[in-house]
Design a protein around this ligand. Structure first.
Ligand code: ADP
Length: 484
């Protein structure tokens, strides 16, 4: 890959106990560039034996790592942070090559991903217990926070760096060790992070990466292992439910960051230009492939026409093309299936009476490209209404009744992110409180930040990542009752 200056970042083997390993049967799988389906790499395809080896190495490392002082752990995590930033340009290009997103977004992802490493390097030193006033004069009651144990992290392809650092940094900070299984679509970013972890000084077995083209098999081994105490997953609700079920046999601690179906409500009193800016950011980032993308855009009657007029102009101006081109806004979708799914949703909507105001077809730039699209006249029975779209397709709904719209916005099994724009103070408070979502953006379309708790309710899962709460996902409470 000529685009990458530091070739050492390009790895194609799994990473176990600080060693690069092939699978025993020397099996490999192909990683393609979604831009043109060219082959990027052949990567080790791990099975049961390698997964168990990774679990064992993480288990052995845990016994030592948990007893390191937090400041010593913090120092190594900070080395990792510095190395990630030193290699920012190359890491960003690896993301764009294997995932497709525009390079300006990949650079942003490195900053965002690194910010979790920075944050949790500090949080490592700020894990506090409690002393509780005793119920008896000759007893003392103490609460400790201890690392939960070996963590299995399973991550998706849409943020191939940030979804990893968001889990691995707090886990290591808390004193846990990790077996990571990245997405089969984007293993190269994960392996580059492992390379930098080793360079940062992670001891053997503290951070292991299992690459595989058979996530079901590896997932089952991870969830059923007695040595793994925690599963942290980001991905679809469908797979999350499988992992919850499988983990029940060994009663693991779980964090589940699952799919969304975000409403984006624009009230009559909203600043329309700001609202459009927010929708553009929330809808079209990563070509619409984020779990907090605006999925249902509700516009109130009085501003509906003026919104549409301005919105169409903005969407028309989006530049589609290769993510490596710094002026491109919309890259390819992750793979053929993703493109097929979007076209099926659009076909279904058209057949049931929807109107396509812009786009609506495959883009002629390449096989994995869909035109930035605007759809209106949507009814409840359409797939576009209930499915997480995950593509550059804006679904616009007209509404009038302000009470009714909250009910409609909440009428979904998902509950990750919601957004609304308006000015009236009491409406802002009430709407923010009544939306059944883990995160609410008010007059903003950008809500992700390391310092705030990211996560959902309902079938969008449970657990929080980032913020002062994030590290709790990797600790357990121990209460000590001491007779004196
Ligand atoms: P997406 O729709 O975003 O691809 P998935 O939930 O399918 O989301 O994938 C997210 C992650 O879960 C990926 O790393 C994928 O390999 C993994 N995965 C998919 N199926 C399973 C499974 N049955 N067990 C464990 N991991 C799985």
């Amino acid at each position: 890959m000529k685009e990458i200056k530091n070739e050492k970042l390009l790895r194609n083997k799994s990473f176990i106990n600080n060693e690069w390993i092939n699978s025993l049967l020397n099996k490999k799988f192909s990683v393609y560039n979604p831009l043109d389906l060219s082959l990027l790499s052949s990567v080790t395809d791990c099975g049961e034996k390698e997964t168990k080896k990774a679990i064992d190495s993480a288990y052995n490392a845990f016994i030592l790592w948990k007893d390191w002082t937090p400041s010593k752990r913090s120092q190594i995590i900070r080395n990792w942070y510095n190395l990630i930033l030193e290699n920012k340009e190359d890491l960003a290009r690896i993301i764009t090559l294997e995932q497709g997103k525009p390079i300006k977004e990949s650079l942003g992802e490195i900053d965002y991903g690194a910010s979790f490493v920075d944050w949790f390097a500090e949080e490592a030193k700020r894990i506090y217990g409690d002393i509780i006033s005793s119920n008896e004069p000759d007893k003392r009651i103490i609460v400790l926070k201890q690392p939960v144990g070996v963590v299995a992290a399973i991550t998706p392809w849409n943020f191939p760096i940030a979804m990893i650092t968001r889990k691995v940094a707090p886990a290591l900070a808390a004193g846990c060790t990790v077996v990571l299984k990245p997405s089969e679509d984007t293993p190269l970013s994960a392996l580059a992070l492992a390379y930098l972890g080793k360079k940062a000084g992670f001891p053997k077995g503290v951070f292991n990466v299992i690459t595989t083209n058979n996530p079901q098999n590896v997932g089952e081994i991870l969830t059923k292992s007695l040595k793994i105490k925690k599963i942290s997953f980001t991905g679809s609700s469908k797979v999350g439910k499988i992992l919850i079920k499988q983990s029940s046999s060994t009663v693991k601690k779980l964090s589940m960051e699952l799919g969304g179906n975000a409403p984006f409500i624009i009230f009559d009193d909203a600043d329309i230009d700001l609202a459009i800016k927010g929708v553009m950011l929330s809808k079209f980032r990563n070509s619409g492939q984020t779990c907090i993308c605006a999925n249902r855009i509700y516009v109130q009657k009085r501003v509906y026409e003026s919104f549409l007029k301005k919105f169409i102009i903005k969407v028309k101006n989006l530049k589609v093309g290769s993510g490596l081109n710094s002026s491109v806004d919309i890259g390819p979708l992750i793979n053929k299936d993703a493109t097929k799914k979007i076209l099926k949703i659009l076909d279904d909507a058209l057949h049931k009476g929807a109107k396509i105001l812009l786009g609506g077809k495959k883009h002629n730039y390449g096989n994995n490209f869909v035109e930035p699209t605007i759809v209106t006249n949507i009814s409840d029975d359409m797939l576009i209404c209930s499915t997480e779209i995950f593509g550059p397709v804006a679904a616009i709904y007209l509404f009038d009744d302000e009470k009714e719209i909250i009910k409609i916005a909440n009428d979904t099994r998902a509950g990750l992110a919601a957004y609304f724009y308006g000015k009236d103070n009491s409406k802002i408070w009430k709407t923010a409180e009544e939306l059944e979502y883990g995160m609410v953006g008010v007059n903003t379309g950008l809500i992700s930040t390391t310092i705030a708790p990211f996560g959902g309710v309902k079938e969008s899962g449970f657990g929080r990542e980032g913020s002062k709460y994030g590290i709790n996902e990797y600790t357990v409470l121990k209460y000590i009752c001491m007779k004196i």
